[in-house]
Design a protein around this ligand. Structure first.
Ligand SMILES: *Cc1c(COP(=O)(O)O)cnc(C)c1O
Length: 430
């Protein structure tokens, strides 16, 4: 078969092709080490002259199967699993950025990533510029420096569901000779494949929809293989010049399009050790096999709930890209026409007490610091993640004190609407 396979088929079959008498489902290779017959065989593995397994901190067959599946789904050349989404974003940047370097990130990113870049990276000597993703061409151009190594953004941001203009930002990054790295956690490759719009590297928190059942914390980095590191030889000396920890091996020369992921595995994973456990890679693999069935249902139900909330007199405003009145609707039609994801942001009218009474009266929708799995859940930043802040401080930070992040799961949409309706009525009755 040479026809390009659809994403549905890739979800079910990519990455694993068992031979005669082998298990149909991916086996969990729960082993730290792998046996060899001669000391020379083992030596070649350590020199990266041959590929093979020797220690699970670097590579494990279950992880590699799942990584290959995700690489195929994104249309990339290679992928590496990490222990969490945080580790994925850290490794993705740190692989090409070190003390004395600079990187640019958009401001519409997950809170954990914001802290990683804004607080921890500067401690490691990496300078950061934050920029609004829809800043003017002049503002973007002014953000670059001679030591800038990458641009980072989220395709669909957590929690405020803003959509990155991937094509434009990729073109800006490329004009300055650096790659665009995007976190594609929320839409997943079922709804958006960033490489088709010029992004170079994709990351995910697989903890969210990819697993989909709330059982696995994990992450992944996928490389498109499209960025030409050699064209920027000096800027990316970490890939093009000898690595002394591998007898002077040059990643681009030895591995071509696989240079970036090979370095991440052979150097960063070796030294920093944030591998995903094979058991979690198995759960992730299981989740991926139904991702193409789950995502459309998340979107369909979320749109139904969003349309209902939009008309409700107690709702001050709502953001969900599929709503025709949403400021990002046109962008959704371009980058994720089949749907964004199940997450929306909205605010109820009234004070914090009303908001709390509403939340406490919900029965099916649960209060959780999580999003993007099969259970519908809600979070009220003013009462949870940002509870130290007064209403005035929240407004100054651009957060409506009544903002709620609602993540629609796989329950029946009418049951969810009834639950929301009942809770709003209860909130009025005190
Ligand atoms: C949750 C999340 C992360 C962090 O992932 P963990 O698996 O919790 O470490 C990163 N990016 C986005 C967009 C997320 O939603």
């Amino acid at each position: 078969m040479d026809k390009k396979l659809h994403i549905d088929t890739l979800c079910v079959q990519a990455g694993y092709n068992p031979g005669k008498g082998e298990p149909r489902q991916v086996p969990i290779i729960q082993s730290t080490t792998f046996k060899y017959e001669t000391s020379e065989q083992m030596g070649k593995l350590f020199d990266l002259e041959e590929s093979g397994y020797f220690y699970t901190r670097l590579q494990n067959p279950t992880n590699d199967t799942t990584a290959a599946q995700i690489a195929a789904m994104e249309g990339g050349v290679a992928a590496m699993l990490t222990s969490s989404g945080q580790a994925a974003n850290f490794f993705a940047c740190f692989n090409i950025c070190q003390a004395g370097d600079h990187m640019i990130t958009t401001t519409s990113i997950y809170g954990g990533t914001y802290n990683l870049f804004g607080v921890t990276f500067p401690k490691m000597g990496i300078e950061i510029t934050f920029i609004d993703q829809d800043a003017s061409d002049e503002e973007w151009a002014a953000a670059f420096r001679p030591n800038t190594k990458l641009v980072f953004g989220e395709t669909l941001s957590n929690p405020n569901v803003r959509i990155l203009d991937i094509e434009r930002v990729a073109a800006i990054a490329h004009t300055h000779g650096v790659p665009l790295i995007v976190d594609n956690t929320f839409p997943t490759p079922v709804n958006c494949r960033p490489f088709e719009f010029g992004a170079d590297i994709v990351t995910h928190s697989t903890t969210k929809y990819m697993d989909g059942h709330g059982v696995q914390v994990g992450g992944v980095i996928v490389d498109s293989g499209n960025f030409d590191w050699e064209a920027e030889h000096e800027k990316f000396a970490c890939l093009t010049e000898p690595d002394m920890s591998y007898h002077g091996l040059r990643y681009t020369e030895a591995f071509g399009k696989l240079a970036y992921i090979t370095k991440a595995t052979a150097q960063l994973m070796r030294d920093l050790g944030s591998i995903q456990s094979p058991q979690n890679a198995f759960y992730l693999h299981l989740g991926l096999q139904t991702l193409h069935v789950r995502m459309p249902r998340h979107c369909e139900s979320a749109l139904k709930v969003a349309q209902w909330l939009e008309k409700h007199p107690d709702v001050a405003w709502i953001r969900y890209p599929e709503l025709e009145n949403d400021p990002e609707h046109a962008r959704q039609q371009k980058y994720m026409p089949q749907g964004s994801c199940g997450v929306m942001a909205f605010a109820v009218k009234g004070d914090r007490t009303f908001a709390n009474r509403f939340m406490d009266s919900l029965q099916l929708v649960t209060i959780e610091t999580h999003v993007a799995d099969c259970h519908t859940c809600i979070l009220h930043p003013a009462s949870h993640t940002h509870r130290q802040l007064s209403d005035e401080a929240l407004l100054a930070a651009g957060i409506d004190p009544n903002l709620m992040r609602l993540s629609i799961g796989l329950e029946n949409a009418d049951d969810l609407i009834n639950d929301l309706e009942h809770a709003l009525t209860q909130a009025h009755n005190g």
